[in-house]
Design a protein around this ligand. Structure first.
Ligand code: SAM
Ligand code: SF4
Ligand code: SF4
Length: 354
């Protein structure tokens, strides 16, 4: 892996709509130790073949090519990224490239207390824990596992390390956890964290998704304004997925309104799966195989050209297209049938990292 002194200065590349290539979500595994019913509702899954899963060195090499073209932020995700043994080693490898200014992690938190300190020392910048409920029984019902206590321990452990910017991501679902918006805000405040409510998305294997389960940004704001009073929107989110808001007492929270208010126009994000397929959009039906050329030892110029030309031709606006389907009453047609998901597990949210 190149040190800063040896690596080239980034050459910025833009897609068809002038969106830069900036942030990369790197899925390190498609396996998970929970079964959230909005993400993995099926009893059985087809997993990516083990021999196809990239080594940490291969991942770091790929990230280096992305950094050559302007990527400066990497988020480790999955499946559950902490299932990958010694993830801190990958963090250290990525941290050697100083063009990568931020390495972040999205985790369900179950294994976090065991490795938060080590990840911090390895140079991880940010942790986001996904947490949809504070009620152990509801947690079990949602995830199929009785792990709420371990997630809470994981959240507590983050505060005991040097991390200062913990985020809690909550998928807000009508008639499921809509009564927990303000308890989650209070919980986050207690742990000096910022909660972000995510609208339920009709993505990948979310086959239980229905529009009437989506707790929209407007509904969330109405409910919180009734509880706390006037809510102020903070300045424009730019390319960040979350719009941030402030309560009268200064507490900040975010909403990621991907379903009702897509932010595709600003999207600088792409995804690499654990087996090295590159997806230009969360909703993309197919990806670019980077594993094959990488394992064939393609020259760096060729690898960069594959990525550069892929991004330059990008016209994806997946969430906006779903929204357009909704206008003509066809949104449900966007869901992917179970047989197709079994044929190509890359279509699953847990394979492409959310
Ligand atoms: N397992 C890790 C976790 O849960 O944080 C990382 C991978 S998970 C796929 C990444 C994020 O995607 C999580 O915050 C999860 O809540 C979110 N997610 C999964 N399915 C979703 C859906 N149908 N709608 C909205 N968010 C979803
Ligand atoms: Fe839940 Fe994340 Fe696992 Fe999906 S990948 S089932 S969101 S913990
Ligand atoms: Fe980006 Fe695709 Fe999500 Fe739109 S739907 S914000 S283009 S990843």
């Amino acid at each position: 892996m190149d040190e800063l002194t040896e690596s080239m200065a980034p050459v910025a590349v833009q897609d068809i709509y002038a969106r830069p290539l900036k942030s990369l979500r790197l899925s390190v595994t498609d396996r998970c130790n929970l079964r959230c019913n909005y993400c993995m509702p099926e009893p059985e899954y087809v997993w990516l073949p083990r021999e196809d899963i990239l080594t940490f060195e291969e991942m770091a090499t790929l990230v280096g090519y992305f950094a050559d073209l302007g990527v400066d932020k990497v988020r480790l995700t999955g499946g559950e990224p902490l299932l990958r043994r010694d993830l801190a080693r990958l963090v250290r490898l990525l941290r050697q490239d100083r063009r990568i200014t931020e390495v972040a992690l999205t985790t369900n938190g179950v294994l976090l207390s065991e490795c938060a300190q080590e990840l911090y020392e390895a140079g991880l910048d940010r942790v986001t824990v996904s947490l949809d409920t504070l009620r152990p029984e509801r947690f079990r019902q949602l995830t199929g596992r009785d792990e709420f206590a371990r997630v809470q321990e994981g959240i507590e452990s983050v505060g005991k390390t040097g991390f200062t910017n913990l985020k809690l991501d909550t998928v807000a679902i009508r008639e499921f956890n809509e009564d927990e918006l303000s308890p989650l805000i209070e919980f986050a405040r207690h742990y000096h964290a910022e909660v972000r409510f995510i609208e339920y998305m009709d993505v990948g294997g979310a086959n239980e998704w229905q529009m009437d389960k989506v707790l929209s940004q407007d509904m969330i704001l109405d409910a919180l304004a009734r509880r706390y009073g006037r809510i102020t929107a903070l300045p424009d989110r730019g390319a960040a997925p979350a719009q941030r808001f402030c309560l009268p007492d200064g507490t900040i929270f975010g909403i990621i309104p991907s379903t009702t208010t897509p932010f595709c126009a600003q999207c600088d994000r792409s995804r690499v799966t654990a087996d090295g397929l590159w997806y230009l959009c969360l909703y993309a039906g197919s990806g670019v195989d980077l594993r094959k050329p990488l394992r064939m030892n393609e020259r760096p110029e060729r690898m960069r050209e594959i990525i550069r030309s892929g991004w330059a031709a990008r016209r994806d606006r997946g969430a906006e297209q779903r929204k357009a389907l909704e206008r003509v009453g066809l949104r449900d047609r966007g869901l992917i049938e179970i047989d197709r998901l079994r044929e190509d597990p890359h279509l699953e949210m847990h394979a492409r990292g959310g």
